[in-house]
Design a protein around this ligand. Structure first.
Ligand SMILES: NC(=O)CC[C@H](N)C(=O)O
Length: 315
């Protein structure tokens, strides 16, 4: 399989993937524990690829905004590394959890220190870390600005209905945060920390915007379209490593096996995948598999990786 795909090849590949998956649209289970997400039409499907040399390819609902949910944890982790550097690892680990995204079991055994920044407890810890010196409202504004800078797109906003919906029903996350607080592992009031967490999860983005926002990870830390420098080459590599090992919760091994790309999923049905040196890819299909990862989104990325030879483990 040739290393470089022409623009025509890539567009044809994603159109084929879309066509082949069309009979299956609606498969999987839409997240219903956040009432506002339960209302999303399960038959949406969108995909966008942005290559490091500036091509943009889209198919299906690539321009329809959706709730990025846990995909946002990549951006808050990046922000936390920028503010606190490697010190964040005193507060959160970097090992796969092997358990569900909202599991509480390990937290007790491990003294309230979450396994990684992508499970809920870890992302809540990251929210607490980046709250230092800010009000929740200021920090939420800063996160939105940061994501706009990454994607070079000022139209990106938070869906406040989704944030409200999750605030009203996020009992599990309140439990996780209170549990960590009981171990003395949060510096700020639980309501403040979760206010930040629920709002960054409620960022609403299209596949095109999401692929652009992740492009710095495919291009050694700088977005080649905007020229915006985000992180060092080493840091981009390390964030990709965390996405590969932890980005799909206890489905991370399966995703690495099938797709072979660093990726981060969200319960809104979005996945951001990174083909280092080549492209950033966002896919959206709301139906989830048993691990809470997009069922058809994972399949679409598996097909894409197979047809492009982009797996980090070789073509
Ligand atoms: N996996 C996810 O996308 C989970 C994010 C969601 N906001 C939650 O905390 O439950």
């Amino acid at each position: 399989m040739p290393e470089q795909k022409t623009p025509q090849d890539l567009q044809a590949i994603i159109e084929d993937i879309h066509r082949e998956l069309t009979p299956r649209l609606g498969e999987g289970k839409v997240a219903d524990y956040i009432p506002q997400l339960a209302r999303v039409n399960p038959e949406h499907f969108g995909m966008a690829i942005v290559t490091t040399d500036g091509q943009v390819h889209r198919v299906g609902d690539a321009e329809v905004p959706f709730s990025i949910q846990s995909v946002s944890k990549v951006f808050t982790l990046t922000l936390a590394l920028g503010k606190h550097g490697e010190n964040i690892w005193h507060r959160v680990g970097r090992e796969p959890s092997g358990s569900a995204f909202n599991s509480i079991v390990q937290l007790e055994q491990e003294g309230g220190k979450p396994r990684n920044p992508f499970i809920n407890a870890g992302a809540i810890t990251i929210s607490d870390l980046i709250l230092a010196g800010h009000t929740p409202r200021e920090l939420i504004g800063e996160i939105v600005q940061f994501v706009r800078y990454l994607a070079d797109d000022d139209a990106i906003v938070i869906d406040h209905e989704v944030a409200r919906s999750e605030t009203a029903t996020g009992f599990r996350n309140f439990a996780l945060a209170n549990f960590m607080r009981s171990f003395g592992r949060l510096d700020h009031p639980v309501e403040h920390v979760l206010g930040v967490y629920f709002h960054h999860c409620a960022l609403s983005m299209t596949c095109s915007q999401l692929a652009k926002a992740g492009l710095f990870l495919a291009a050694g830390g700088t977005n080649p379209l905007s020229g915006h420098s985000v992180v060092s080459r080493q840091r981009a590599r390390r964030i990709n490593a965390l996405m590969l090992t932890c980005g799909h919760y206890d489905g991370s091994g399966d995703f690495a096996y099938r797709v072979g790309l660093p990726g981060k999923s969200g319960v809104g049905g979005g996945i951001l995948a990174v083909a280092p040196g080549k492209a950033s890819v966002a896919v959206w299909s709301p139906g989830l598999n048993e691990n809470g990862n997009s069922l058809l989104g994972s399949l679409a990325l598996e097909m894409l990786a197979a047809r492009t030879g982009w797996s980090v483990f070789g073509s």
